[in-house]
Design a protein around this ligand. Structure first.
Ligand code: GDP
Ligand code: IMO
Ligand code: MG
Length: 426
């Protein structure tokens, strides 16, 4: 059985949660490999509607759900999420947390807010979940990991030295009050006791699953254009949502990944700041936002909406090595008389076909559009590709051509069954 990565191909919120929930029905293991509770994955299935931030979207299936080493975990938020799921009758006993996963600490949350404030009109528009500061500490070798909670004495020793440093920054740079060692220590020891049964050395579990030839899903968070290397830096997140990030954040080697599915919306959205060449500031953008209720799952902020950007899509496909596309929210376009796809950019009087590294250049890029007719027919009840209106099939085919990979799945609504299987994933 295969290992399949399900990845965000644009700026996040493409519908990864829905796709993972659907595929997980057959899977034996689902691994979240990046981000933290900045992610908000919506799942709508027979159990109801759920917004997951840290718990993998496979939790409704029989699969072992693993939070990988590449995720940063706010333990308070994780416990809250688990409690909410349990209250609604969802069994979370199959949840496993990598002992190598880093923790979001109270000073990370504080610093995320303070750093954003100090950026003023250049603020990134982060989710203020402490994600950037937590990944910064990981790389700076100042992080505290889930496994550290299992040895309270060593944890206190480590926390003390890190907190001394953080309190210096908080008081001397930002002029705010220092945080209390005893308070954080006490609180995190409680979290540790609660989470201890779930915290494990996960590479062994993964190796055993691979030896059994289990079906494994790697659940991405965020999207390729938020990658710190290839996204619109510095308006990005702080961990890699790419297929390469899946290897590092789960502990799976590149040879072991069989399929890489890129999840794309049939148009583009973005939350937070940073360039987005096809953003619509007119009534079409407004119409898409209202029809699709494009408001952030984690922060409730309105999402910026725009036409499908095929330059960005081809770039995303290239750096991820997509073997197939999942196109979500096709139904959102049902009412529009005409559609546009961006096939190139005009930059300084020249036509370019690549996604520039410089945000100054990207901000100047004028999209070159190809226009296609709309279908102006309801599609949310359709379950076969051949039954889609001809204009919708043509639109999908054009996205496939321009992105350079075939569509496996098309989604025409938020619930699990509102799905068209175009080609088998496995
Ligand atoms: P994720 O972060 O990639 O999991 O995506 P989010 O959950 O943040 O945002 C995707 C939104 O689109 C959610 O509200 C989903 O319920 C919804 N959704 C997913 N697929 C479809 C679809 O095909 N049509 C419509 N109308 N909504 C969809
Ligand atoms: P899912 O998994 C959409 C964006 C934020 C901000 C930037 C940096 O639901 O697709 P951060 O808090 O990570 O430091 O914020 O990244 N961002 C997301 N946008 N979906 C997400 O996750 C996101 N996670 C982070 O809005 O622009
Ligand atoms: Mg989301």
């Amino acid at each position: 059985m295969p290992v399949i990565a399900v990845l965000g191909a644009q700026w996040g919120d493409e519908g990864k949660g829905k796709v993972v929930d659907q595929l997980a029905a057959e899977a034996r293991m689902v691994i979240r490999f990046s981000g933290g509770d900045n992610a908000g994955h919506t799942v709508i299935n027979a159990h109801g509607e759920f917004k997951l931030h840290l718990v993998p979207s496979g939790i409704f299936s029989q699969a072992t759900c693993l939070i990988g080493n590449g995720v940063v975990i706010n333990p308070a938020r994780l416990i809250e999420e688990v409690d909410q799921l349990n209250k609604r009758g969802i069994d979370t006993s199959r949840l496993v947390i990598s002992d190598r996963a880093h923790l979001v600490m109270p000073y990370h949350l504080l610093l995320d807010g303070l750093e954003e404030e100090s950026r003023a009109d250049r603020a990134i528009g982060t989710t203020k979940r402490g994600i950037g500061p937590a990944f910064t500490d990981k790389v700076a070798r100042m992080g505290i990991r889930a496994g550290d909670l299992l040895d309270q004495k060593a944890f206190k020793y480590r926390l003390q030295s890190v907190l001394d440093y953080k309190n210096t920054i908080l008081t001397r740079v930002y002029g705010v009050s220092p945080l209390s060692l005893e308070e954080i220590y006490g609180q995190y020891c409680q979290y540790g006791e609660r989470l201890a049964p779930h915290i494990k050395e996960t590479t062994t579990l993964i190796r055993e699953a691979l030896v059994r030839d289990d079906y494994i899903l790697l659940e991405g968070a965020q999207g390729a254009l938020l990658d710190p290397d290839f996204g619109t830096y510095p308006y990005t997140t702080s961990s890699s949502p790419l297929s390469g990030g899946a290897c590092l954040g789960a502990g799976i080697n590149p040879k072991q990944i069989d399929r890489i599915l890129g999840v794309f919306k049939a148009y583009c959205t973005r939350v937070g700041s940073g360039p987005m060449p096809t953003e619509l500031h007119d009534e079409v953008g407004q119409a898409i936002r209202e029809r699709a209720h494009e408001y952030g799952t984690t922060t409730g902020r309105p999402r910026r909406c725009g036409w499908f950007d095929a330059v960005a899509a081809a770039f995303s496909s290239q750096i991820n090595g997509f073997t197939g596309m999942v196109i979500t929210r096709l139904d959102v376009l049902d009412t529009l008389p005409g559609l546009k796809i961006c096939t190139g950019y005009r930059l300084n009087g020249k036509t370019i076909g690549y996604f520039p590294a410089s945000i100054a250049d990207l901000e100047k890029c004028q999209p070159i559009y190809e226009e296609l007719p709309g279908w102006q027919t309801e599609t949310s009840h359709i379950r076969e590709f051949a039954r889609l209106p001809a204009e919708a099939r043509r639109y999908v085919n054009r996205l496939e051509e321009l992105s350079g990979c075939p569509a496996n799945i098309i989604c025409v609504g938020p619930s699990r069954e509102q799905t068209i299987q175009v080609r088998p994933v496995i």
